[in-house]
Write a protein of this length. Structure first.
Length: 437
């Protein structure tokens, strides 16, 4: 796929369901009592891996139409031992969350993934789960495949989250559901809180207290969850691709509908506003215990800003597309505290550097910081970007092509199906010049 210089992006678009929430709804519905109906589920490659895994554990999942499903859960503690290995493809979220869930069940599970997932660290998720009484084995290099033997008699514990990972936090929360007693998690990073919000919807016994510089999350296990009917809000990380495109392409004005705006996920939106972006929220409503808005975006003259390390957890998935915005902002932008980018679907830290440098943007970096020297001018283009099976690098590169003199190509467009299957159709609908060949 490739893209070329574009302007006059116009129209109204509906963003597909949030990937993080879709994963969690499938998992929680699969262990709840009774039926759950989920509308607006993101049926991307990643989420389908979660669906397949939960079917392997015994849940009944029926895909009703392009964006809905009906799930009959097995009940808390009712996970069956999968008869075959669970293949999570490229989905680190699915693998890590389900590791947490199975760690407090007396079953043994084999976890596998594609070449990209098999190069992403898993020990940092599995190690805390030992506290429940589980055990695991990994390759010598600490990557997948993994064998996880769940605890026969899980034990509650107190866990201090020492790195800004909502996946680690959520894994422990899911393991705590089938653990008698109270498990406590101390989160000093303010990581995304979708798991906590959804647990409340399903009736879990969960309590959250703000204590000075951290959130203390307490969950009492072995309390049945109840099936729910819920609609998935639109994914804000997906929304940022057309939003940034509209901001940096001349004479653009778009309305993006159904966007989740969560204070643990809105860092990129707030950063863009500080850069001078013309972004406005309308039509507030609540979906899946989350605030949802329609977002109007118009072309803007952006300015460079410094983004502190403390904001990193609220926007960790969004730095690649934010880097594209920064390349068109007047002056210097500094992204601090971004070392976590090295542990995503690919090494996104170096992926961002590669995208910018190849397109003629001056950029500097050290261990934990990326500094971008932006200019309000078209970039050089005439490049091909290696996505390394990373959907966000792929889409960011295509948006970069919209403000380049020559075309920007990517080596693999199929990886976009990981999170945003209708990316091409949605972007071309508003006038972006993308081409499949």
């Amino acid at each position: 796929m490739k893209s070329i210089s574009s302007k006059n992006l116009k129209g109204n678009i509906l963003i597909p369901g949030d990937k993080s929430i879709s994963h969690r709804l499938v998992i929680l519905s699969s262990i709840a009592l009774g039926n759950s109906k989920i509308k607006g589920l993101l049926k991307s490659d990643d989420v389908m891996r979660t669906v397949e895994a939960m079917i392997g554990f015994g849940a009944s999942i029926k895909l009703l139409n392009p964006s809905s499903c009906l799930i009959t859960g097995v009940g808390l503690g009712g996970l069956a031992e999968p008869k075959t290995a669970l293949d999570f493809g490229n989905s680190g979220t699915a693998a890590r969350l389900i590791m947490g869930l199975s760690s407090s069940h007396p079953i043994t599970t084999l976890y596998t993934g594609d070449s990209s997932l098999s190069m992403r660290p898993m020990q940092r998720v599995l190690k805390p789960l030992i506290n429940f009484g589980s055990s695991f084995s990994l390759r010598k290099d600490e990557f997948l495949p993994a064998i996880l033997k769940g605890s026969v008699s899980p034990i509650p514990f107190i866990f201090d989250l020492n790195e800004p990972s909502a996946q680690i936090k959520s894994a422990v929360l899911l393991g705590a559901l089938n653990t008698p007693g109270t498990t406590i998690i101390r989160d000093k990073f303010n990581t995304r809180d979708h798991t906590e919000r959804l647990l409340g919807l399903y009736g879990a016994d969960i309590n959250i207290k703000r204590k000075k510089t951290l959130n203390e999350i307490s969950i009492k296990g072995v309390k049945d969850l109840n099936g729910i009917e819920v609609k998935v809000p639109g994914d804000p990380s997906s929304a940022l691709f057309p939003i940034v495109a509209a901001l940096i392409c001349k004479n653009s004005d778009i309305l993006v509908k159904n966007v989740l705006i969560n204070p643990t996920r809105d860092g990129a939106f707030e950063a863009l506003k500080k850069m001078g972006a013309d972004i406005n929220y309308f039509n507030h409503r609540i979906m899946a215990a989350e605030d949802v808005y329609d977002v109007r975006v118009r072309s803007s003259n952006l300015i460079g800003i410094d983004i502190p390390k403390t904001k990193s957890p609220t926007m960790i998935d969004d730095y690649p597309i934010l880097a594209v915005a920064a390349s068109m902002a007047k002056g210097k932008s500094c992204f601090k505290g971004v070392s976590e980018l090295r542990y995503k679907e690919s090494d996104r830290f170096n992926g961002v550097l590669d995208l910018l440098k190849k397109n003629g943007v001056k950029v500097e970096s050290n261990k934990d910081t990326i500094t971008i020297y932006g200019k309000r001018e078209l970039k050089k283009g005439g490049i091909e970007i290696s996505t390394n099976l990373d959907h966000r690098i792929a889409m960011s590169a295509l948006v970069m092509g919209l403000i380049s003199n020559k075309e920007v190509k990517i080596d693999n467009s199929k990886t976009i199906n990981t999170s945003f299957p209708n990316f091409y159709n949605l972007m071309t609908k508003i006038g972006a010049k993308l081409y499949k060949k």
